[in-house]
Design a protein. Structure first.
Lengths: 527, 345
């Protein structure tokens, strides 16, 4: 008898189907693993299960859910909590200035009558602090936690915060199902081990657990069964003992890749590298790079892949000097200054940021100015000298922009349209046009196809390949979409926990990519 | 173009204020007020104030927003004018000496103020306001102890310290207003005054089209974009505030020569708000400002003051005109501050 049944769940966000008829069954008291890459639909499925408002404000979903034998249709997280479903989010939802007790009991405080509450109502009842402390202590004990419950949360180690979140959930007396979204991502190894013990204990107490993580070994270690999602569809539901880690990785990544293997170049790794990163550290919040060593050859397309938050995005931002960086960057054997975007541009290294609207574009300036600006500033193109004055040549900018608009098929009302009013794909084309105008030797591209439609995606990728072939431009492309990297890159480096996990050819097996993303080398698992 | 588009182009505040101005002009005509005097006042007051409004342009373009610390530049302008009067100069010589003394001081002061503003990013307008008050109060002490000796400057009954209001009649009073002035009917057009504004406005315009100027505007529109294109954002902000301070110094000298009096002590405090209101009425936002906004805004704002004063004083009692001026200038600033980026004020 299943505790939770989700049947044929489908969900569409503004015309884009993110879940296609997904079915998920969880038995009472089991630990169930949910696996999938970024964008596979895990979060959306959990948002539906937990009744998050974002689901209903975007038109609801299709399919049926039953929980504990009754039909279940949560409209708000409150509904879900009343049914006995708890969720620990990836980002901590704790109030730093409150004590551990206050956080555990937040909005469910034990209270006592006062004379004011008798007149005005229960909202004015007094907190029953001793009882709150006692119950919090009990919940913490269940997790083998020995921290003092009167300490404020601010300043505690992150591992503790995770446990406090769970204590809050198990303190709810009716808890039947606990959802844990990437709970071990922030924990150290020993904390994670302790954490997995706790999960097993909870499951023995009869609480079912839905465990979302990308660490395959943890899944293998604690779960009873798993469900794998890929591109919004159910791939497989299977008992954990019937599947090994390599198989899990294949299920997670595998897809029919239709790459017209655009005749990949052979990269001669014995040659002197064109760009070399030595022990690179980048302090980019959420995407920290912790000691990357990488050699990039002239004229190659190098893909940087990996899961979100592992540091792949930090690398290009660090090379460009947009976040505090340490280490050594050598271009053609010459050491580059760090943390200095201007010097990088002067050395013919250009960057297309993943944050198109924030870093990549001036939203309240016209298209032509956006395309020309970097070249004006760095190369003094489009400049008329009138005596000692350097005046920007508006006419030249305009004609250049019109040529770019035609070449790249930028859909707009004219070169004087503000970029704020363009669609995502066309905004990206404006960014590419700027890079083309600059004509750099090395182009760093970060998430070039994020949030743009398929047609524009193809054009963007084709343009990058064309630049590489015709101008012998060296391209480093960072992307969350592995398929896209495999389509155009000559080599792909998978970044895990801020380091290069492995460098794979684009036609390496799905297992190899899946394991690399989970922080394992294929050789060490197979042996 | 349909009506809605025209309305959007003109904008709500400009629509209200131009309508109000037109109504006042019609009323003035029906009340048989001397229209030639009114037009002459509008031109003169436009020329007097436009440079102070122009001072807002570089500060908005460089991303600092409205420069509520206009009093800083004004003080350097006043010092320039005082030194020139102390030396007993007259006519154009006294005007030029005032400018030559004031501009370097304003560059140094603006630079130091810019260094400070780079430490309080995001709160420039609040900090600027308080800084303005502080520097004006500090200078009140300075005016009392400054070693000026010219009897035109010091109190008539002797003792130390400068007068609150100084006549400029014997020095530079009206030199620009009278320069190349011509008469149309009864209206004397202040050619020199308007030409000075046109000259300074063209300098600001050319700068905004130059390589240095575009870097400043880019730094002002998006710090992240500018940094990723190798622009030193802090330096561009300092350039913006230095330009603004220098224009304020020039602006007050031009204003005073036309007004005929130099106002010291607390007077510089009352410079920033009308200038801010004018440029916002003209269509600038806290992120974008152009020369055309200065021209439209100063014309509407000053036009309103000039016409409202006689009309309302006939129609009602007391100092209604002054009250209306305060309501308009503060109201329009409040309105602009509630606008989000991308919307026109």
């Amino acid at each position: 008898m299943s505790l939770l049944q989700m049947e044929n769940i489908s969900k569409t966000y503004s015309g884009n189907q993110v879940l296609k008829s997904v079915t998920l069954n969880i038995k009472a008291g089991e630990i169930h693993g949910l696996l999938g890459e970024n964008g596979a639909g895990k979060s959306t499925l959990m948002n539906i299960l937990f009744g998050m408002p974002v689901i209903h404000s975007t038109g609801g979903f299709e399919g049926n859910m039953t929980f504990d034998g009754k039909p279940y249709l949560p409209k708000t997280p409150m509904d879900a909590m009343k049914m006995g479903i708890g969720m620990v989010h990836q980002e901590f939802m704790l109030i730093p200035g409150f004590t551990i007790t206050e956080n555990i009991k937040l909005n469910r405080e034990n209270t006592k009558d006062t004379f004011l509450s008798k007149i005005i109502g229960p909202k004015l009842e007094k907190l029953d602090l001793p009882k709150m402390k006692e119950e919090s202590k009990e919940a913490l004990n269940k997790l083998n936690m020995t921290v003092d419950e009167y300490l404020p949360v601010a300043g505690l180690p992150v591992g503790y915060m995770q446990f406090i979140e769970i204590a809050r959930e198990i303190d709810k007396t009716n808890l039947k199902l606990l959802i844990l979204d990437e709970p071990t991502a922030v924990l150290t190894e020993s904390e994670a081990a302790q954490f997995l013990e706790v999960i097993k204990n909870l499951s023995n107490m009869g609480i079912a657990i839905l465990f979302i993580t990308h660490r395959l070994d943890e899944i293998k270690q604690v779960t009873d069964s798993i469900t794998v999602l890929r591109d919004g569809s159910l791939v497989k539901s299977i008992e954990t003992k019937n599947v090994d880690i390599v198989e899990m990785a294949r299920l997670m990544v595998g897809r029919e890749i239709s790459f017209e293997t655009s005749n990949k170049k052979e990269i001669d790794l014995d040659e002197k590298p064109f760009l070399e990163l030595k022990d690179l550290y980048v302090n980019m919040p959420g995407e920290k790079v912790k000691g990357v060593n990488l050699k990039i050859q002239k004229g190659e397309i190098l893909g940087l892949g990996g899961l979100a938050g592992q540091g792949k995005i930090g690398i290009s931002n660090g090379i460009m000097g947009l976040y505090p960086t340490q280490g050594t960057i050598l271009k053609d054997g010459k050491e580059m200054p760090l943390n200095n975007p201007r010097e990088m541009l002067n050395n013919s290294i250009a960057f297309l940021s993943e944050d198109r609207k924030g870093v990549g574009l001036l939203l309240d300036e016209p298209i032509d100015f956006n395309i020309a600006y970097t070249s004006i500033e760095i190369q003094e193109k489009f400049i008329k000298n009138i005596g000692p004055l350097k005046i920007v040549n508006g006419k030249e900018i305009k004609s250049h922009a019109n040529k770019m608009i035609e070449d790249l098929d930028i859909r707009c009302t004219g070169s004087n349209q503000y970029t704020r009013f363009l669609s995502g794909g066309n905004q990206q084309k404006v960014c590419i046009a700027r890079a083309l105008t600059l004509n750099p030797e090395i182009l760093l591209v970060s998430e070039p196809t994020r949030g743009i439609d398929i047609g524009a995606k193809k054009l963007v990728l084709d343009t990058l390949v064309k630049l590489n072939k015709e101008l012998n431009m060296t391209i480093i492309i960072t992307s969350s979409e592995l398929a896209e990297l495999r389509q155009i890159s000559d080599r792909i480096a998978i970044i895990t926990e801020g380091k290069v996990q492995s460098i794979l050819p684009p036609d390496a097996s799905d297992e190899a990519f899946g394991l690399a993303m989970a922080g394992k080398d294929i050789s060490e698992v197979v042996d | 173009m349909d009506i809605k588009k025209i309305y959007e182009k003109i904008g709500f505040p400009r629509l209200i204020i131009s309508t109000f101005l037109i109504i006042l002009l019609i009323t003035a005509a029906t009340l048989k007020l001397p229209m030639s005097g009114i037009w002459q006042d509008i031109f003169t007051r436009f020329g007097m104030n436009a440079i102070l409004v122009l001072a807002m342009v570089p500060s908005i373009q460089s991303g600092i927003g409205i420069n509520f610390n206009l009093p800083l530049g004004v003080i350097f302008g006043l010092i320039g004018a005082l030194i020139s009067i102390e030396l007993g100069l007259t006519g154009f010589a006294s005007l030029f000496v005032a400018l030559i003394v004031a501009i370097p001081l304003a560059i140094i002061g603006g630079y130091l103020y810019g260094l400070m503003l780079n430490k309080v990013k995001g709160q420039e307008m609040t900090v600027g306001n308080y800084f303005g008050y502080s520097i004006v109060s500090f200078m009140c002490i300075f005016w009392l102890v400054a070693p000026f000796k010219n009897p035109e400057l010091t109190w008539a009954m002797g003792g130390s310290g400068l007068r609150v209001t100084l006549s400029m009649e014997s020095s530079m009073g009206g030199v620009l207003d009278k320069f190349l002035a011509f008469k149309i009917g009864n209206v004397v057009f202040p050619t020199g005054l308007i030409l000075t504004f046109i000259l300074l406005a063209s300098i600001v315009w050319v700068f905004s089209k130059s390589k240095k100027g575009t870097a400043m505007i880019v730094a002002g529109s998006s710090e992240a974009f500018a940094a990723s294109n190798g622009v030193n954002v802090d330096k561009q902000r300092i350039i913006g505030i230095v330009l603004s301070t220098v224009l304020a110094a020039i602006g007050i000298i031009i204003y005073s020569q036309s007004f005929g009096f130099l106002q010291l002590y607390n007077a510089p405090l009352y410079v920033a708000l009308p200038a801010a209101a004018s440029i916002l009425i003209g269509g600038a936002t806290l992120q974008k400002a152009k020369i055309i906004h200065v021209i439209i805004g100063t014309f509407l704002f000053q036009g309103l003051l000039v016409v409202a004063l006689p009309v309302i004083n006939i129609l009602s009692e007391g100092s209604m005109a002054e009250i209306i001026r305060i309501i308009i200038s503060n109201g329009i600033i409040l309105y602009a501050l509630t606008r989000k980026a991308g919307e026109a004020a």
